[in-house]
Design a protein around this ligand. Structure first.
Ligand code: GLN
Length: 483
């Protein structure tokens, strides 16, 4: 049962091959047996899962249907879940029980999903490895001495290890696409504003976007269909109509023009990953797509601009965790300042503190113009690069990551080296366009991802290309040994 994709689970439930209760119990047992070596879950909500499974089985016996009715999922631990701890993998929220559900959770519950629990992540979604979590790092099931990527590390690990068929994630600079690439999954970051951010704890509000990690494009399409759309509670939520994603999947690729940015194929790219990308290009050519060389000239400045803006936004977003309004409070404060200082010092990890310091610095008088404003100007140039590229091409293709998953601990003392790993993913967030990573090869037993990027609100196009690719390749069906 655990090897099935979400779409196949959906069919099997409809055909009564097994009940939601049977599937849920099976997966809960797998989590209990296998997760101690992977650390992908922060909270397993056994009781709620069994209740939701029984409710789905009852609804089905009364004639209710739906692609997600009784389908198990798990949520990145920054989506508020009513009555279940929402920690953001931070000590400061270690005991926070959300009083309401995030929009994404609400919509998925409404569709009948069974939530197995909350997944590990980098603290407040700051990181690319999963190692900044207060609850310890998640391990990559393809090689447990390596990182699974981040910040949606637990989401990637739990799906790759077949503990759950799909999971929610969030992507502010690559946090869905990069861990999807590192674990052999398909991960989609929709256009900024496509899915409501309401109830998704803010890291860098102008970048944050909810999305999914699953085994294939078809599963991503089902989940996006259930969650995309306007929400008046998120002022940045888009009023755009939602496409029929399932219908798009089956469209042939003939006539589709795909751009290859020359800046993506540079010396910092592991040449073996370059080969995987080239093989994928050849396969897509056979399916009818044509490829065009393009240029995104501002790309070399993307990582610097992203880290200035993201840290600036993080420093203001995290101001609310002061031990008074939200978050951990220190014992026996001497006075108000001591309370603020010690509460925050005790409760935030090193990476979060680093971002708050960088962001506060970039926003302070005298530095605002030199750093923050300049970064915003670069952001606009990057957006312009994409807008002009999409005048000639329908999609952009390239690697998702410049390197393979690294050894746990290898970049802990070199944060800038970790930041540079985000080179291919942050541009989409700076511009607000959608991106998707799909598995396209293996190197030394480790999965490799290829990234697609599309114009605003053209998620259907990326899903179409990924689905057609997956109809003719088997990378997305590979499972790590032992899982
Ligand atoms: N790795 C990036 C960062 O650390 C992206 C994180 C994210 O997308 N949430 O900020």
């Amino acid at each position: 049962m655990h090897q099935l994709t979400l779409a196949n689970i959906s069919k099997a439930l409809a055909d009564k091959q097994f009940s939601a209760r049977e599937l849920t119990s099976h997966l809960l047992t797998r989590i209990e047996q296998l997760d101690p070596q992977l650390n992908s879950f922060i909270t397993v909500s056994t009781e709620q899962a069994l209740q939701q499974a029984d409710a789905a089985d009852t609804a089905r016996s009364q004639g209710q249907t739906g692609p997600l009715l009784g389908v198990p999922l798990a949520h990145k631990d920054l989506f508020c879940t009513q009555g279940i701890r929402t920690s953001c993998a931070s000590k400061t929220l270690d005991n926070f029980i959300a009083p309401y559900n995030a929009n994404v959770v609400e919509k998925l519950n409404h569709a009948g999903v069974v939530s197995l629990g909350k997944l590990n992540m980098d603290e407040f979604a700051m990181g690319s490895s999963g190692e900044t979590s207060f609850y310890g790092a998640s391990k990559n099931p393809w090689d447990t001495s390596r990182v699974p990527g981040g910040s949606s590390s637990g989401s990637a690990v739990a799906v790759a290890a077949r503990l759950v068929p799909a999971a929610t994630g969030s992507d502010s600079g690559g946090s869905i696409r990069q861990p999807a690439a590192f674990t052999g999954l398909t991960g989609i970051k929709p256009t900024y504003g496509r899915i409501s951010r309401w109830g998704m704890t803010a890291y860098a509000s102008s970048f944050d976007q909810a999305g999914f990690l699953a085994h294939n494009a078809e599963d991503c399409a089902i989940l996006l269909q259930a969650t995309a759309g306007f929400d008046e509670r998120d002022s940045t939520s888009a009023q755009q109509p939602v496409d029929d994603y399932a219908a798009a999947l089956t469209q042939p690729l003939q006539g589709l023009r795909i751009g290859l940015p020359k800046e993506y194929f540079c010396s910092s790219l592991d040449a073996r990953i370059g080969d995987v990308v080239n093989t994928a290009i050849e396969q897509l050519k056979q399916l009818g797509a044509t490829f065009v060389d393009i240029s995104l000239p501002t790309l070399p400045h993307a990582v610097a601009a992203y880290y200035v803006i993201a840290s600036a936004e993080a420093s203001t977003n995290l101001a609310r965790f002061d031990g008074v309004r939200f978050g951990h409070r220190c014992a026996d404060p001497k006075d108000l300042e001591d309370l603020y200082v010690r509460s925050r010092d005790e409760a935030f990890g090193a990476e979060v503190k680093r971002r708050i310091m960088m962001g506060t610095y970039a926003l302070s008088t005298g530095y605002y113009d030199a750093y923050y404003l300049k970064a915003q100007k670069i952001r606009r140039l990057i957006k312009n690069d994409f807008v002009s590229a999409f005048k000639d091409v329908d999609l952009i293709l390239g690697p998702t990551t410049p390197n393979l998953p690294w050894q746990l601990g290898a970049k802990t003392n070199d944060p800038v080296a970790a930041y540079l790993e985000d080179i291919y993913t942050v541009p989409a967030n700076l511009a607000g366009i959608p991106g998707l990573s799909m598995p396209a090869g293996m190197i030394d037993g480790l999965p490799v991802g290829v990234q697609l990027q599309a114009p605003y609100f053209q998620e259907a196009r990326m899903l179409q290309v990924a689905h057609q690719f997956q109809q003719h390749t088997a990378w997305h069906t590979n499972a790590p040994a032992g899982f």
